[in-house]
Design a protein around this ligand. Sequence first.
Ligand SMILES: Cc1ncc(COP(=O)(O)O)c(C=O)c1O
Length: 400
Amino acid sequence: MNSILSDRILNMEESATLAMAKKARELKAQGIDIISLSLGEPDFKTPKHIQQAAKDAIDEGKYFAYPPVAGYQDLREAIAKKLREENNIAQAKAEHIVVSVGAKHSIANTFMCIINEGDEVVIFSPYWVSYAEIIKLCGGVPVLIEGTLENNFKATAAQLEAAITPKTKAVIYSSPCNPTGSVFSQQELEAIAGVVMKHPNMVVIADEIYELINFTGKNFSIASLPGMFERTVTVNGFSKGYAMTGWRVGYICAPLEIAKAVEKMQGQFTSGLTGIAQRAALAGIAGDQTPSKDMATEYLKRRDLVLGLLRDIPGIKTHVPEGAFYFFPDVTAFFGKSAHGHSVANADDLCLYLLAVANVSLVTGSAFGAPNCVRISYAASEAELIEAMKRIKKALGDLA
Ligand SMILES: Cc1ncc(COP(=O)(O)O)c(C=O)c1O
């Protein structure tokens, strides 16, 4: 019998990060002491003043009705103000902002609104797992341009230029990047913008969700460059920088035509984001930024800790991530080896081996377009990170 399910969903890959997290949870439930370094999730609690704003919003009793589809006006204004003042996106106004159910939803909305069947979208690779699947769902064709460990996993403007065809509709990257932690410099973004400006029918989707976890001390938004506001959808959200993954707040800042289209799309699919979560987000963006800064300082300490421990593991090759909370080491040195009844032919096998033998969950690089690597999230306590690295070192040392 043919499946009742659509080709659309049958052709979609499951999210590898969520799949690995599920496996780790199942083993934990069996009483196995798993250290989970597979999810892109802060281990901090949402700052207190943001929690309080949500409680106040409930007590006020004003936010229980359907919210405006694109978000409450005051939240959109606060986001636009932040983008003008902190990201130098001078043209940003409330009308360019659409608030959605997480940045994932913002990205899905955007692609739904710009991609026609067969349109190509260039992805800077390694890339966040969901980009390619969302593009395919919308009938688009992902075209990967690959960065390598040697250039900090940053594909170049020249590679972008070479990948563009008459069918190219958009290009997408994240900076700071998930999975590599790499950050594009202003110069690199200027070069990318230079290519985009030569092709009037394409837009940039700049995923800046890790903006507040950037150790270079400099955030640069491509939409701030001359001529680029009209050509850029800036994506951001509260999950990472404000430790608000479960609140599901994301947004875009887009040229009016795209913002209006996204509002229309959202009006048919989900309507506006939960009112209480929007009030919490407003307290986040307009309130005290100290908790976010403190979290970033803590991530930097952990990066340095894990960097030292990884450099002490023979066979691991890593660059130094400048943001987000991931390492993305090359692990090819372990391919073709075996131990404890496991053979390791690739990064998928290595992750299964480390889960079974070291009881540490990582995510295979193949999920991010880089089959020679694994992703290690260091959004975990120092004690867990030290123990996890010890176990990984031992298990990798056993492979022969
Ligand atoms: C690069 C990137 N973009 C977007 C998202 C989605 O974030 P949200 O929780 O806002 O949907 C994530 C989450 O892992 C991410 O890593």
